[in-house]
Design a protein around this ligand. Structure first.
Ligand SMILES: [Mn+2]
Length: 354
């Protein structure tokens, strides 16, 4: 973590004397401590972590590379430090700070609070590239996700509701050691499966339904993300054809990922294949990066021109959604490597008919 703070300090843009890091994820990334409050003041020559009584003991024991201070009157404490270091201009995390908090800083702090996006940009860029330690955590989270999928295959029976299945996914993953669900799980069946981000309902699973399950775990704060679609009872030729097309689209993306390929090009690999027969039925991006947050930058979509580079972890999740009828999505996570990509997801993808 000390290394992250130092890299961040070195990247501070000219014209800023430092930065206020107030987001949960920004603090967790730079200090290693997960908390729901606290302020990290990063200056060129010193770093201060001001945090309240609830976290102070843990912070003193674990946070390295900065002076840990018990929060009392935050603005007075900050002003004292700003004066001591002759700070005149501070950056903030524009993508996380609320307008209310920004205005409070503006009114109460002696330094000018710069409105730019540089600080958020630097942190997002740093977080794009996962260290071996971060990769290990995401792999551990995915391992539990894979175990949860094999469990649910034996658990799903016609008549169970989408919410019952979502609950079992969460409970099983927690029992296997997940720190919690990495997002609100999606379990949609039958007609509901044509809604990519449908919310699990009291609808019972019926024979002939597709069931799409999108879920993930958290280990040491790091997320995993996976989607599988399975059939219950039976499956029509059309359902099978849609399923095989989505799988082929996913494989086309894996084959496209190599050094120098952009996110946009990886997205096109899936999109071009799907649009041949299912135009207008794939209305979301092909994937996104995953880390401390479930959605990170970059993202494989029709706009993001970021080049894929080793150390990035991306989901690959094409789908086909036939409105009012059914849908299929298949999602794995891959690590971009020097030579292509490594699939971090172990769950099988042949079409299961339970
Ligand atoms: Mn995803």
């Amino acid at each position: 973590m000390e290394d992250r703070i130092n890299r961040f300090r070195k990247a501070l843009p000219e014209g800023l004397d430092g930065a206020l890091i107030c987001s949960d994820v920004g603090r967790a990334y730079l200090t290693g401590l997960h908390s729901s409050a606290g302020t990290l003041l990063v200056l060129r020559e010193a770093v201060y972590f001001i945090i309240d009584f609830r976290y102070i003991e843990k912070a003193r024991l674990t946070v390295k590379g900065c002076e840990v201070i018990l929060e009392d009157k935050l603005s007075e404490q900050l002003n004292k430090l700003l004066k001591q270091h002759q700070v005149s201009r501070l950056g903030i995390e524009s993508s996380y700070l609320t307008v209310q908090r920004y205005q409070a800083f503006q009114q109460k702090l002696s330094a000018e609070i710069a409105m730019g996006n540089e600080i958020s940009g630097i942190l997002k860029k740093m977080r794009m590239f996962k260290s071996p330690e971060e990769v290990r955590k995401i792999k551990a989270a995915q391992k539990i996700t894979d175990e949860t999928f094999s469990h649910i295959l034996n658990y799903i029976k016609p008549g169970m509701t989408e919410r019952e299945i979502a609950r079992e996914l969460r409970d099983f993953a927690d029992r296997q050691g997940s720190e919690g669900p990495s997002f609100d799980y999606i379990v949609v069946s039958g007609k509901n499966s044509s809604m990519p981000h449908g919310v699990p309902s009291e609808k019972p699973i019926a024979s002939g339904d597709f069931v799409t399950m999108d879920f993930g775990c958290i280990i040491d704060g790091y997320c995993s993300d996976m989607t599988r679609t399975i059939a219950v009872g039976s499956c029509t030729d059309e359902m099978r054809q849609v399923y095989e097309t989505v799988l082929a689209a996913q494989n086309a993306v894996f084959a496209s990922i190599r050094l120098g390929v952009s996110c946009k090009e990886a997205d096109a690999a899936a999109r071009n294949l799907i649009e041949k027969n299912y135009k207008g039925c794939f209305g979301h991006g092909t994937g996104h990066s995953v880390g401390l947050e479930i959605h990170e930058q970059p993202a494989c979509n029709t706009r993001d021109t970021t080049l894929l580079e080793p150390g990035m972890i991306m989901t690959v999740e094409p789908g086909i959604y036939l409105e009012g009828r059914f849908g299929v999505r298949i999602e794995d996570m891959v690590l971009v490597t020097e030579t292509g990509c490594e699939n971090l997801t172990g769950s099988p993808k042949e079409l299961f008919i339970l």
